[in-house]
Design a protein. Sequence first.
Lengths: 171, 102
Amino acid sequence: MNGAGPSIAFWVLAAVTLIAGGGVMLSRSLFHAVLLLILTFIGIAGFFVLLSAEFIAMAQIIIYVGAISVLVLFAILLTPRAGRYNGETKMLLPALLLSVCLAAVFLFVIRDAAWPRVNSEPHFNTNQLGEALLSTWVLPFEIASVLLTAALVGAIMLARTPQEEAEDALA
Amino acid sequence: MVPLENYLVLSAIIFSLGVYGVLARRNAVLVLMSVELMLNAVSLNFIAFAAYLDPNKVTGAIFAVFVITVAAAEVGLALAIVIRLFRNRATSNVDEAATMKW
């Protein structure tokens, strides 16, 4: 990973991601916001590839771009008149101030800290990742799967229509 | 090679964009999308730290996997709540869902 390639890729991806992310915040149309959000996710997946974490990049594209964005699109289509409330709250100015201050604090800390240098090629081994996930991290892994199941069952329960609930009560 | 600081600055900016979105937007779906943006910035940070500072390079990726899992669970539940809110109140404006606000 030497030469100008990675840094050109970094700046191009950074421009795409930041413009798309800013577009999500500024866009009036819910639909455009989702499309820009998908672009942001793809940009971040590009950064994962640049950091040699190909597996995470694939997971990012499959889950965020493939599943989460489609879910959000479904929610937008199922709430037809919800697009009317796209403006900002009364708290626009404090929110802007807070996020700018937060970014300033982050930038100050990042500039100020002396990050140790480990001069090695960034390289993620997917075999190693799978082994660690099912040995050292097996308990969090199982808890995550229980959490996911519980969340999805809860989502189905929440999203049922009253008729479906009445039918289930009879059955 | 791109320095680590570039990734940290980038993810800090994305995270702040997400904070702004959560606090300032009125549509519940847009608030949710901003939360997703913040989670994504955090996993970018984990991966960058793992790639540059962690000698065995696995822990950061594991955290990113868990972040993605929790994000999927969260988005499923939250969209179900949005749909429910819309069905009961015909709105997805977070300012109008204030019944439990003290």
